[in-house]
Design a protein around this ligand. Sequence first.
Ligand code: AMP
Ligand code: MG
Length: 484
Amino acid sequence: MHATIPFDNSYAQELQGLYVPWQGQDWPDPQLVLLNDALASGLGLDPAALRSPAGVGLLSGQALPDGARPLAQAYAGHQFGGFSPQLGDGRAILVGEWLDPRGQRWDLHLKGSGRTPFARGGDGRAVLGPVLREYLISEAMAALGVPTTRALAACTTGDRVLRQNGLEPGAVLARVASSHLRVGTFQFFAARGEADKLRLLLDYAIARHDPDLAGATDPALRFLERVATRQARLVAQWMGLGFVHGVMNTDNTTLSGETIDYGPCAFMEGYDPATVFSSIDHTGRYAYGNQPVIMQWNLARLAEALLPMIDPTEARAIARVTEVVEAMQDSYQNAWLEVFARKLGLRTPDAALIDDMHSLWQGQSVDFTSFFRALPAALHGDDAPVTALFAQPQGVEAWLRRYRAAVPDAAAAIRDMNMVNPLYIPRNHLVEDALHSASFGGDMDPFRALLERVQNPFTPVAGMEHFAQPAPEDAPEIVTYCGT
Ligand code: AMP
Ligand code: MG
């Protein structure tokens, strides 16, 4: 068979004990629904080869070329605060890795490729709606400049799978990431007390994500700092977009700092720190406003897993990692200020102005995304587009006066702001409609139109105004599901 990807499988070679060799399931009629041509080409893959029967076999997981050593990865994780010592890829396989033309290593991973030994009670399947949701939102995030796993392709399998809305088309998502190592990957060996394996994993993770740390003193501590910094920056970016991940379990927290596992995620419309979409997040653990604290908690779990490699004396090890985990608060706060300073077109962060902006929003259901696209008018002296977003606009004009005074060069600020503040995000009501049409009406057109918009989030297009509008007042409340 024609090898569409020149695999080079470091994970399979180096991390025995952290996986089970495993194949994808055979499907009745695998069909390619979407291929990300631009991503494929950028990573040195040939889109035409991926569209061929051999390519579709590869992307749907049933006909893997020579050189692939497909496997299901083992990992542990805290889910909603409770620890499971063994989770792992229950419905996914890592097909393999390859090097792009710049020498960067990528994982090709299939989600929905059938049951694995880690499936527990699950059916090993994915259905088209959630696969398209992950495709859409991860590509939106990439276009918004947020580190993320990428969607390479979506295939249908030709059979139907039972979910809460009835029978849905079975599907497989092919995704690409700089690795699928998670906080939960370290937790897996830590929970088993396998110190030598833990060391092997640390060396592997460093080689993959922080090669400059190879041979450094205190590699585990330095690595923890790196992950903490990446994750603090990542969450700050989420906050700047109103993104609610929805299931920030430690098995869904990468070491690379990429956003992963787009299950119940959604973008907040009306500003409210308590915003939750997930049907299973009853306590609001993963609400918009909790995300920074949860990420710090997740990093504390990584720190625990690394303890034996930090210092032979446990008390000293704890003191050293505690310092790193606590410092995350400052690095997050700085990253958050920088994100919002950029959104306001400020050269230097103005904490009082940014804090007061958040206070203004309280209880006002201000559409988060529209607010920032209305600010340029205010910089030109027209406050109306901003004040119109508030239920009670008292105080808004005074804040806008302070804001104008903080921006010396309005034209330059507006140019910068329109490159970071999206006009088009995946609006929940449009996502729901597009996924419903695809899953139950066999019509991909609404999805393709929405994808096209969110892949070009900053550029206004005439006739596309409705893509920038929040949900109508009478739209049903959005509830999201893990997709399982
Ligand atoms: P998630 O919260 O979607 O990241 O999934 C948590 C765990 O459940 C992972 O170990 C998944 O592999 C597993 N899982 C989720 N859905 C299924 C399914 N339909 N079949 C088997 N395992 C699943
Ligand atoms: Mg997961």
